[in-house]
Design a protein around this ligand. Structure first.
Ligand code: FMN
Length: 183
């Protein structure tokens, strides 16, 4: 299929920033973990996106993981630019330990990030690496104090078909089921 970034699934994450004194949001599928200790995450974003203005100006942003019930709003903030549409009222916002990183109350997981590095790699998208200043998880998305994916119901994005999916069944325990394989 040629040189295409077909990684399955991708998250449907919502990135937030403050632009001109108001919170704004965009959907980001190019989002992942790049370091643990310190915790760092990266997004790939078109530098022309309105949200990028706030990330540049304040050096901070949020990554929010929406649940299935937020699928329409998740798509909405990816369909409209803050340059022409005020998206500040789409979600209920709170702020945590990182100034100008608007966090979405409706999302079970919020990461407040400080920009650690921006990489321009000569393509359409720039990479913004954020250090996670604080992670917030809704109490009702926890089981025994740990984030519970079944309670979170995150949205998976399937590139190619441009569709959103829910999670399926658990298929194994990590660092465990491998012991049942005999080469
Ligand atoms: C499912 C989905 C995934 C997206 N993923 C990305 C992405 O990874 N990087 C990106 O630059 N834009 C991505 N977009 C597009 C932006 O979310 C979209 O252009 C948005 O309107 C930008 O908003 P802004 O101009 O207000 O910042 C995605 C959109 C959708 C619907």
């Amino acid at each position: 299929m040629g040189s295409v970034p077909f990684v399955f699934p991708m998250p449907a994450a919502i990135v937030g920033a403050d632009v001109e004194g108001a919170p704004t949001f965009m959907t980001i599928a190019y989002c992942g973990v790049v370091n643990n200790g310190p915790a760092m995450v990266a997004i790939g974003s078109n530098p022309g996106h309105y949200t990028m203005r706030g990330i540049e100006e304040h050096g901070s942003f949020s990554i929010n993981i929406p649940s299935e019930n937020l699928v329409a709003r998740t798509d909405y903030v990816g369909m409209h630019s803050g340059a022409t549409t005020d998206k500040s009222g789409v979600f209920d916002v709170f702020y945590g330990e990182c100034d100008h990183a608007p966090l979405i109350r409706e999302c079970p997981v919020n990461l407040a990030c400080r920009v650690a590095k921006r990489l321009d790699i000569g393509g359409k998208d720039a990479i913004v690496i954020g250090e996670v200043v604080q992670c917030y998880v809704s109490g009702d998305a926890l089981t025994d104090g740990a984030p519970d994916i079944e309670k979170m119901r995150p949205i998976l994005y399937a590139t190619g078909s441009r569709t959103y999916w829910g999670i399926g069944e658990k298929v194994g325990d990590a660092w465990n089921i491998g012991a049942t394989y005999e080469p």
